[in-house]
Design a protein around this ligand. Structure first.
Ligand code: AAO
Length: 512
């Protein structure tokens, strides 16, 4: 009986915080703007074989079509209905993707845009991805249906109807975020409609949700629709499994709303993580890697079991959202790989890897005026497929960071060291640091302007290990650097500050 209650308590504690990834798979990747057909293929040909746990997808429901500017990526954050048709594909393609990914143990996490519908200036007509009629001016969305009664126009107290001040929690929740028509989630009809949309996705087989703009919803209103969600589809998940919930709340400190208000509903995005890690790896503001010794809660972050962490996201890689100039992205590949390497080696948080498309950046007075540009597309606006080059990188403008050897191998490293303690920290009081994960893995960074040459305690069993950054283990040899761990666990590391990637990582599955 006691054990039964303990189990129930454990379930209740873990439920919506548990990512529901297959055991031994510890990261998800955001395939930003990918087509469902390409994601299905990627699950089968790449993500499953390389141990990725899941995919965060772009919003799957019908959205407004914007032609000025031409098909910006952000049109998908302006819902018109909850029909499953978007630039990424049709309902049938969506179902096919979820089924095929689940069948190879890679789960799908939906970006749920439920705080609002399109912008107030969205006009009237059928310029929407499934052709559903709507009228933004009269707040009419018959394909849902929502009407004027379902929006917060009367509740918001600012003159403009917009959020004018982030220090006023009422404005942030009751007024419009950048003119987006704000749904009245205090109404049971709206809550039920949102829950029905999410339950339809759960029936199809998704494993959880990123909840967009959570800061702009009252935590209690969110709880009301989350409490209506079903357990996950038992074709792929154990009976009684709750959907994984992670809420997008930007909390860098200093505003009325804090991330902790949302812990009751699920995990929360920790935006301090990428902003700070970028500052450290760039060595701005006197920061140095040695200070990472107490990374995590020691830096004022939320508790690890509540955090969803990432180096960059689809907003702050292009100056939207928050984080600022310190954010590292694929545009700074050398530093970016180090930041991702650090994130994936470190035990803090549940990790998400960004996978981007390239766009023509154009900085005018420090701001990228092309920050709106959508995914690689054909002249009719359809999204281009992801092609795969002979060297396994992607073509057609897709960056595929998750396929970069260093990043993919570190995602595997995280799986190998899962559950192991943070051990054997070493630093030179500057930007050379190293740490281990129990007796399973060890990583060394040299972000100083001079060489690193050190004998360090790795905590690993004796043997010859392949560095998984400069290469990997192939058959019974290493394609990159080899590291010899002695009987006492010590190994000699030498990392030039001019190396292509100035870090080395070894783990027990890459031992000869
Ligand atoms: C587009 C146009 C708008 C137009 C609108 C409607 O750009 O001009 O009015 O359509 O027609 C995305 C795009 C938007 C786009 C929107 C709809 O980013 O440009 O608007 O789709 O198409 C806030 C929210 C956060 C949000 C973020 C972008 O809190 O939820 O803005 N992120 C999500 C999505 C995002 C999406 C939406 C929400 C909407 O990830 O892709 O928008 O569905 C402060 C606040 C933050 C606030 C930022 C930005 O941050 O704390 O909460 O994020 O401001 O407004 C320092 C501070 C930091 C501060 C930051 C920036 O870093 O420490 O706290 O500066 O000031």
């Amino acid at each position: 009986m006691k054990i039964f209650f303990l189990l129930v308590a454990f379930e209740l504690c873990w439920a919506q915080y548990n990512p529901n990834t297959k055991s031994g798979r510890t990261s998800i990747v955001h395939l930003f703007e990918w087509r469902w057909a390409d994601i299905a293929l990627e699950c089968e040909r790449y993500l499953a074989p390389n141990g990725y746990g899941g995919v965060q997808i772009s919003p799957p429901n019908e959205n407004i079509v914007i032609t000025n500017p031409w098909r910006p990526w952000w049109e998908r954050y302006q819902p018109i209905s909850y029909k499953l048709c978007s630039r990424s594909g049709s309902e049938n393609e969506f179902i096919d993707m979820v089924t095929r990914c689940n069948n190879v143990g890679v789960h799908i996490y939906v970006d749920a845009v439920v705080n609002h519908m399109c912008g107030s200036g969205g006009g009237e007509g059928t310029h929407s991805t499934c052709g559903s009629y709507f009228n933004a001016g009269t707040r009419d969305f018959p394909a849902v249906p929502y009407s004027a009664w379902d929006f917060n126009d009367g509740k918001c107290k600012t003159y403009s109807g917009e959020i004018e001040n982030y220090n006023d929690a009422y404005q942030v929740r009751d007024c419009r975020l950048v003119s987006l028509l704000d749904l009245a989630l205090e109404k049971d009809y709206v809550r039920s409609t949102v829950a029905n949309f999410m339950n339809r996705l759960i029936d199809i087989g998704v494993a959880g949700f990123r909840i967009d703009a959570s800061k702009h919803m009252w935590p209690g209103d969110m709880k009301a629709f989350l409490d209506k969600l079903k357990n996950l589809n038992t074709s792929w998940f154990p009976e009684g499994t709750k959907p994984f919930i992670f809420q997008e709340v930007i909390d860098l400190g200093g505003e009325a709303i804090s991330a902790s208000e949302y812990f009751g509903n699920g995990r929360v995005t920790e935006f301090k993580y990428g902003a700070k890690l970028g500052t450290v790896i760039r060595r701005w503001n006197g920061e140095k890697m040695a200070y990472l010794k107490n990374w995590g809660e020691g830096w004022g972050f939320m508790s690890s079991d509540r955090a969803l962490v990432f180096v960059d996201n689809h907003d702050n890689q292009r100056g939207h959202g928050a984080g600022g100039a310190s954010i590292l992205t694929f545009w700074d590949p050398r530093l970016y790989k180090m930041a991702i390497g650090f994130m994936l080696a470190h035990p803090y948080g549940f990790t998400r890897i960004m996978s981007s498309f390239r766009w023509s950046r154009n900085f005018v007075d420090g701001k990228d005026v092309n920050d709106w540009m959508g995914p690689p597309s054909n002249s009719d606006g359809s999204t281009k497929s992801v092609t795969i080059n002979p060297d396994t990188t992607c073509g057609n403008g897709w960056v595929c960071e998750h396929r970069w050897r260093q990043i993919r191998n570190m995602a595997i490293f995280r799986n190998v060291v899962d559950g192991q303690a943070f051990t054997n920290w070493w630093d030179n009081n500057s930007n050379q640091v190293a740490f281990g994960r129990g007796n399973k893995g060890f990583i060394v960074f040299n972000n100083d302007d001079w060489n690193l040459s050190e004998t360090l305690q790795t905590g690993l069993p004796a043997g010859t290990y392949c560095d998984i950054i400069s290469g990997e283990k192939e058959g019974n040899s290493c394609t990159g650097i080899r590291i010899e761990v002695q009987g006492d666990g010590k190994a000699y590391f030498q990392i030039s500050n001019t190396a292509e990637d100035p870090f080395v990582a070894i783990h027990v599955n890459a031992k000869l």
